[in-house]
Write a protein that binds this ligand. Structure first.
Ligand SMILES: [Zn+2]
Length: 62
């Protein structure tokens, strides 16, 4: 079964979309708020091999 992810194509970051997971739901809400106005889309896991996991903080360097 493929996992789906919510991706921000501006920041190149994603969060996984998990069913019935309270923490994940909160994380998705925060992700949408943080990336408000950005091109956010739901995609399959295999499509985001080059993207990095969103940590909830602005990406600076790395
Ligand atoms: Zn973004």
């Amino acid at each position: 079964m493929e996992m789906r992810l919510k991706v921000c194509f501006k920041c190149h970051e994603f969060v996984p979309i998990l069913e019935n997971n309270y923490h994940n739901t909160q994380e998705i809400v925060a992700f949408e708020k943080f990336h408000s106005g950005h091109p956010v889309q739901v995609v399959n896991e295999e499509e985001v091999a080059n993207l990095k996991r969103w940590t909830g903080k602005p990406s600076a360097g790395e």
